[in-house]
Write a protein that binds this ligand. Sequence first.
Ligand SMILES: [Cu+2]
Length: 337
Amino acid sequence: MTFSAGMLNLLGGLPLAREGSFWFPPEASSFAPGVDLTFHFILWTCVVFFVGICGTTGYFVWKYRKRPGHKEQKTSTHNLILEATWSFAPLMLLMVMFGMSTYWYYQMITPPKDEQVYDITVRGQKWRWAFKYSGDPFDKLYQTPKLHVIKGQAYRLIMDSPDVIHSMYLPAFRVKQDCVPGRYNKLWFRPTMAGEFDLFCTEYCGNDHSLMITKVVVHEDANSWRDAIIETGDVTRIEDLLARGQAIFEQNCTSCHTLDGSAKVGPSFKGIWGKTEQFEDGSSHVVDEEYVRESITTPAKHIVKGYPNSMTPFDFGPEREKYYDGIFALLKSLKDK
Ligand SMILES: [Cu+2]
């Protein structure tokens, strides 16, 4: 949306800007109208009083300025009614702000009790997001790089991190929650608009924090939701091992590894298969299946010489062997001839 269209929307659509405005992205969850209403109420109350008070002060400074032909006037020292009014009226306005904020905050921390709330497990990890779905209608656990939800349905996210603190922010839903290592944080919402919206990490989490972005996809109906999750949430369905390995790499490893020989946070995968790798502690090991498996589950055990101990362990779940097969195929294909 352009700046001028945003301004028009702001002026025309106050205080609820459904399409997204100069100020805000679209209102895509059940919380959004309340959050925006609270924001606009506080903002415009402040604007009115700021302009009113500063304007009156300026006007009086000018009106009562010292000038020839005018004598100083006596001013009153006390006016109970005036003082009571300017104390009580702002207090009432503050109570309204407090009431609105508290009401919406309670809505946000209390998932509905009288309907089914679908749980999705969220893992924030350097530097990607993983969303896990299981139970009805799925036959097993699926894990997708985008968050998939259905319009109108209530969701509870159960969130954690295996490394540092991340924070999941969904501007269009007006919700945000930290992913903290060693504890589960919860967040609920109800999407009200179909489409694709931004999802960011808003807690600085190292080198590629700024790349920790993905999308939340709000589906119109349960079928397209289920199909999207099955299609993107199960790399083990890919029969060709090399293609499977590439898909796993794309989803999990690109923030730190490359396939073309250039080092990133970690060493490139090019030519490492079969090579004897030197470690920080002076020992060495041949890069084979056992070593790669160990590099993925317990990366801190052997630190490749010249690199930081900054790889987070991956747990690919019950079908991990199928993941390893794909990764082995990928590494073998990059072996130096
Ligand atoms: Cu992060």
